[in-house]
Design a binder for this molecule. Structure first.
Ligand code: IPD
Length: 265
């Protein structure tokens, strides 16, 4: 079995277990552990517990790999492979009892920054929705037995998704991006989960997705899903505090890029 498939199978097994833990804790009631950068940027006790479980399982299976997680930070390894993990992406949905949250786990080769790494495998598991999206580089993106493919035709306009930063000071810029993108949209969604937005682009449930200021763990697994489903994922303004991510099939990507190119902080 290739390294990519081995890593994918490990990511899927761990994501499944982590998803079940997140679901169980949600049913027991969510306790807010802290706010992070702003009042909207919450972290739950479950976030921390789920990341601990994921980190423990991955370290036991592959002790030489590095780790980069949303809650517990980074740990370097010697194998050249790093696990990039968001234990609960869509934390605000999770806290409010909305089902659009997921466990996102990716294995990447190279420095653990999106511009340098090569993503090898990923899993996005949405336990409350009963779906797990998986990808291995060169082996396609899948949900269950169904191979994923981005959309190519948007005669009635594109169904787009976006997200907003937690810091209120960034909202004006995000709204400016929305205003521009609406000219090519049939409608716009804001799910509250970047990894699911990317998975849905891969699955053809959305035609395109853009967001400024995503963190590496928000996009690592989802971007590989889109790539393996025939889509294009790019990051712009990478030197800025809020790089712009655009993910879509090639035509929608080109149109979105043309519209959003002028948007800055
Ligand atoms: C957030 C979600 C949200 C996106 C934010 C992310 P978190 O991740 O993916 O949809 O708009 O930019 O930070 O904080 O729930 O892991």
């Amino acid at each position: 079995m290739s390294l990519e498939l081995e890593l994918r199978d490990l990511a899927v097994g761990v994501a499944r277990e982590a998803g079940e833990l997140a679901l169980r804790r949600r049913r027991e009631g969510v306790h807010l552990a802290a706010t992070k950068s702003s009042i909207a940027d919450i972290v739950t006790e479950a976030d921390r517990e789920v990341e601990e479980l994921i980190r423990g399982r991955l370290t036991a299976a592959r002790p030489d790999d590095g780790f980069l997680g949303e809650e517990s930070g980074a740990g370097s390894g010697t194998s050249g492979i790093t696990w990039v993990v968001d234990p609960i992406d869509g934390t605000v949905n999770y806290a409010y009892g909305m089902p659009a949250y997921n466990v996102s786990i990716a294995a990447v080769r190279g420095a653990p920054v999106p511009e340098s790494w090569e993503a090898l495998a990923g899993a996005v598991h949405a336990p409350a929705l009963g779906e797990i999206f998986t990808a291995a580089r060169g082996h396609g993106a899948w949900v269950g037995e169904t191979r994923l493919s981005v959309t190519s035709d948007t005669p009635a306009g594109a169904l787009l998704a976006t997200g907003f930063g937690y810091d209120p000071a960034t909202h004006e810029g995000d709204l400016a991006a929305v205003r521009r993108a609406m000219s090519m949209a049939r409608d716009l969604r804001r799910s509250g989960s970047a990894a699911l937005d990317l998975a849905y682009v891969a699955a053809g449930r959305l035609d395109g997705y853009f967001e400024r200021g995503l963190q590496p763990w928000d996009l690592a697994a989802g971007a590989l899903l889109v790539h393996e489903a025939g889509g294009v994922v790019t990051r712009h303004d990478v030197g800025s505090a809020r790089p712009l991510l655009i993910a879509a099939g090639p035509d929608v990507h080109a149109s979105l890029l043309a519209l959003l190119d002028q948007i800055r902080e």
